[in-house]
Design a protein around this ligand. Structure first.
Ligand SMILES: C[S@@+](CC[C@H](N)C(=O)[O-])C[C@H]1O[C@@H](n2cnc3c(N)ncnc32)[C@H](O)[C@@H]1O
Length: 208
């Protein structure tokens, strides 16, 4: 991170404390284009590239860590991106509470925190309970696109996905717009992990 003063652009940042009930995406984006959510947006690299590639889609980035959130808001604001909003909150609480059923066309989850220690595994976002919640928020045939460098978490994800076999079918993983040669997502964490020689695992599922 640099020392430049980060600006909290109003046109990008959604104040989580002001949200009461379900988010009205049509009001927020001023159109009724399909809405996609990225969970754990980090510095917003995926959002910048994807939003530019798909101007007829809306993107909401959810990021818990204040330093990443502020960095992403500043970056998206400086780029003048029109179809992205960011919110600083816990996706595991926000999505069930504040996202309407059947309103999201795609969830993007790139390099979610792996919670290495076995005793912390129940903090992993991709689990049966959250997959069921995401399923309820997806439109018909909506998609979840996931990438991770963590083999143990990936195997855990596949196990939990298989427990939701009636809800989802596995489909080909779609490379995001920002993925360059050899990349699966093109995010900051992926670039760091690839330099360390780690493998990246992907899975995509579609609502049945
Ligand atoms: C390993 S980083 C990956 C960031 C980005 N996706 C990338 O690939 O560069 C995981 C990010 O998810 C965020 N995060 C973890 N749990 C979250 C939650 N429940 N809600 C929102 N953000 C979360 C963390 O703060 C962190 O920025």
């Amino acid at each position: 991170m640099n020392n430049r003063q980060l600006k909290l652009y109003d046109e990008i940042a959604i104040d989580a404390s002001k949200i009461d009930g379900k988010v009205n995406f049509i009001e927020i984006f001023c159109n009724d284009n399909p809405v996609e959510i990225e969970i754990g947006s980090g510095k917003g690299t995926f959002l910048i590239k994807q939003a530019a590639e798909f101007p007829d889609r809306n993107f909401l980035g959810i990021e818990w860590a204040s330093k990443f959130y502020r960095y992403a808001v500043d970056r998206l604001g400086r780029w003048g991106v029109k179809n992205v909003k960011m919110i600083r909150t816990d996706a595991a609480a926000f999505i069930p509470e504040n996202v309407a059923d059947e309103s999201i066309s795609c969830f993007h989850i790139y390099f979610p925190d792996p919670w290495h220690k076995r005793k912390h595994n129940d903090r992993r976002f991709v689990c049966k309970k959250n997959l069921e919640i995401l399923h309820s928020k997806l439109v018909a045939s909506g998609i979840i696109n996931i990438a991770t460098d963590h083999k143990n978490y990936f195997e855990w994800m596949l196990k939990h996905i298989s427990q939701c076999g009636e809800l989802f079918e596995e489909i080909d993983y779609v490379l995001p717009a920002g993925a360059q040669d050899g990349e699966k997502a093109g995010t900051n964490f992926e670039r760091k992990y690839l330099k360390e020689g780690r493998d990246v695992y992907t899975v995509a599922i579609r609502k049945r």
